[in-house]
Every structure is written in C-alpha cells, then in structure tokens.
Design a binder for this molecule. Structure first.
Ligand code: B12
Length: 241
C-alpha cells in the first residue's frame, strides 16, 4: 500500500470510529485556511495539521414545539447534545493519540470572552471547511441532511488525514429565517463562502440581547438558546427548497 492509500484508509477508519462514538456527521478540514480565525489562546492551531469537525443531530420535533421562545425540553436536549459532543470529541482525540498523533478536543459550548462572545475557535468555520454544510443567512451551518438542527464540536490533530471539500450555499432567495426572527436580527445577506464578520449577516447585538439577555434569564431555560431561526429553516425538515 502506498502512502496515499494508507492515509485514505486511516481517514476512513477514523470517520467510522467517530460515527460509532455518537456523531451523526464527520468531516476533515485543513488547518491552513483556519489560521485567519481569531483563536484563544492565539497559538492554538500551531501544532496541528487538521481539524476534525463533528456534528450531532437534534430531533426536528424538538424545534416544532418552539413558538416565541425556547422550551425547557430544548434546553435539556441542548445540554445532552453538548455532552455527547464533548464525549465524542474526547474519544476521538484519544483514538488519534493512541495512533501516535497529538490531538486536542475543543469544548462544544464554552464561551471564553463573554464581553465579545468568542470561544476558543469557531466550530462553524471548521464545519464549513470540513464540508459538513454551508454558512446560511442565519449565520449557522446548514447541513444538507439535518439543516441547522445540528450542534458541532472540533478536534485538532497533527494526523495527516484526507481533507474534505466545502459544499455550495443552497439558501438561494429563501428568507424564512429572516422573516421568523423575533427581533429582526437577520439581515438576509447571502454568502458563497463565509461572512467576514458576524455583523455582515446579523444585527449582532439584537441577537445577543434576545438570546443571552432575555431567553437565558427565563428560570426554566437558564442558558443562551433560542432555536427560532433553526426551526424556520426548510432544510432538515424534509422540505428542502
Ligand atoms: C458565543 C456563541 C453564541 C453567542 C453569540 C452568537 C454569534 N453569532 O456569534 C450567542 C449566545 C448570542 C449565541 C447564539 C446562538 N448560538 Co451560539 N455559539 C457561540 C459559541 C460558543 C462561540 C461562537 C464564536 O466564537 N463566534 C466567533 C465568530 C467570529 O465566529 P462565528 O460566529 O462562527 O462566525 C464566523 C465564522 O464562522 C466565519 N467563517 C465561516 N467559515 C469560515 C472559514 C474560514 C476559513 C474563516 C477564516 C472564517 C469562516 O464566518 C463568521 C463571521 O466571521 C459557539 C461555539 C463555538 N465554539 O463555535 C456557539 C454556536 C455558534 N452556537 C450555536 C447555536 C445553535 C446558537 C443559537 C441558535 C442558539 C441556540 N442553541 O438555540 C443562536 C444563534 C445565533 C445566530 N443566528 O448566530 C451553534 C451553531 C450550530 C450550527 N448549526 O451552526 C454553535 C456552533 C454551538 C455548537 N457547539 O454547536 N451563540
């Protein structure tokens, strides 16, 4: 077997393992283009060659129950999904480490800068470059299989895994997320690749105030969740446009 075939078999085996650990989707991104991202700490990507993007799907029915605010059931599913993601990322990093490759799981939902709302790395940027989905008008990753009804996590690794290609944006002229947002935070601007800043897609402070300032203060919710732009998206409801 030549070097290329060995890498391709190793990648295929790893992806099968990640699905076995609890993921619904997995893809591989090259770390190179991600070096433009703001990361915390600044040297985070230094030792790594690839980023493994992992998604866990959330049931459509959970979103169908959401009206003008998130439900306690969505809160519970959100927490369970984060747990599965963190466990899957941990097991993936250990599987890679056992194969001889230095690897780091990044927490699914950990905010490091609460003033500006930044995490260690953008899981959405990794997911887009790993071919899991495109960046929709709601700023979220929309997967062909589950729409944006997925949560994401990342594992950084020095393993020379085969890279996946980004997928094309399929939002087209759809404005369903923009129309549904209760605070008109979504500008309705599309992108063929990715937004240069959050402000290009969103009136960012409107989104933050609603999600973190209002919904997270509801005693039965207690975490910054919303779900309204996710519910509105026709992808993942079996009604793709
Ligand atoms: C802070 C945070 C929030 C804040 C701020 C939101 C925001 N828009 O930044 C608040 C609390 C308001 C929030 C709200 C929500 N969040 Co939130 N949030 C995060 C968190 C923890 C950090 C985000 C971050 O650091 N952003 C920094 C900015 C600059 O990056 P960004 O938002 O990803 O956007 C940039 C990049 O994606 C970049 N990009 C895309 N592709 C590429 C490629 C390259 C090469 C480069 C250089 C850049 C690039 O383009 C964007 C503009 O610059 C992430 C988890 C994580 N670690 O990623 C979850 C996360 C983004 N949230 C998520 C979700 C689902 C939500 C909500 C729907 C709430 C809910 N769970 O019901 C809303 C949606 C708001 C919206 N429409 O954007 C999911 C998204 C899943 C998905 N399918 O895309 C994440 C990934 C959590 C997870 N583990 O799954 N969130």
């Amino acid at each position: 077997m030549n070097e290329k075939e060995t890498a391709s078999n190793f990648t295929k085996d790893l992806k099968e393992k990640v699905i076995g650990f609890g993921a619904d989707l997995v893809g591989i991104a090259d770390v190179g283009p991600l070096k433009k991202l703001r990361v915390d700490p600044p040297g985070l990507l230094g030792p790594f060659k690839r980023a493994v993007s992992i998604a866990v799907a959330l049931p459509t029915a959970v979103f169908e129950q959401i009206g003008s605010c998130p439900t306690p059931n969505y809160r519970s599913i959100y927490q369970t999904a984060n747990l599965i993601l963190d466990q899957t990322a941990l097991k993936t990093a250990i599987a890679l480490q056992r194969a001889g490759f230095y690897s780091l799981p990044i927490a699914a939902s950990q905010v490091l800068d609460r003033k500006n709302w930044y995490a260690a790395i953008s899981h959405k940027a990794v997911a887009r470059m790993a071919g899991l989905g495109w960046q929709g008008k709601n700023l979220l990753i929309i997967t062909p299989q589950y729409g944006s009804r997925v949560r994401l996590v990342t594992v950084l690794t020095e393993a020379p895994l085969d890279i996946d290609k980004p997928v094309n944006n399929r939002c087209g002229k759809c404005t369903m997320c923009q129309d549904a947002c209760p605070v008109q935070a979504i500008k309705g601007v599309g992108t063929e690749t990715h937004y240069e800043s959050r402000d290009e897609a969103l009136y960012f402070s409107r989104c933050v105030e609603k999600v973190a300032g209002e919904f997270a203060q509801i005693p039965e919710i207690g975490v910054p969740i919303c779900g309204i732009c996710i519910k509105a998206c026709p992808f993942g409801r079996g009604k793709g446009i």
